[in-house]
Each structure stands twice: as structure tokens, then as C-alpha cells.
Design a protein around this ligand. Sequence first.
Ligand code: ZN
Length: 65
Amino acid sequence: MNCPYCDSPRGYVRIQQVKRLRIYAWDGTFLEDQDEKVFYEGKALRCYNCDEKVTSFVKGLKQPL
Ligand SMILES: [Zn+2]
């Protein structure tokens, strides 16, 4: 299996991006009894060699085992 853009067989990297909410009181103190809340999680797959987005390409490869 090779990259559809650069024909590299080296595979892809997964970039995970998470945004968290931290809650503060009005005086600026962090309310530590509150858990940080994840409100956004993005995942992108990019070719290890040419850095092109291959997310949909990889999804198309997935087949039932
Ligand atoms: Zn590539």
C-alpha cells in the first residue's frame, strides 16, 4: 500500500488535537475540583512522507477483518 499522492510506502501519522475547558473563578483562581472538560477532539491523518491529508483515503481502505 502506498500514499496516493507521493507513492511512499512509509505509512501515515495521526495528529490528535484536543481542546479543554478549564474553569476559573472571577478572581482568577483555578477551580481544581472541576475536571477539565474536553470539548473538541480532532483527528487528522497525514502521510508520513509528503504530509498530505490522507484521512479519507485511509478510511476508504478499512475493511472488515
Ligand atoms: Zn505521501
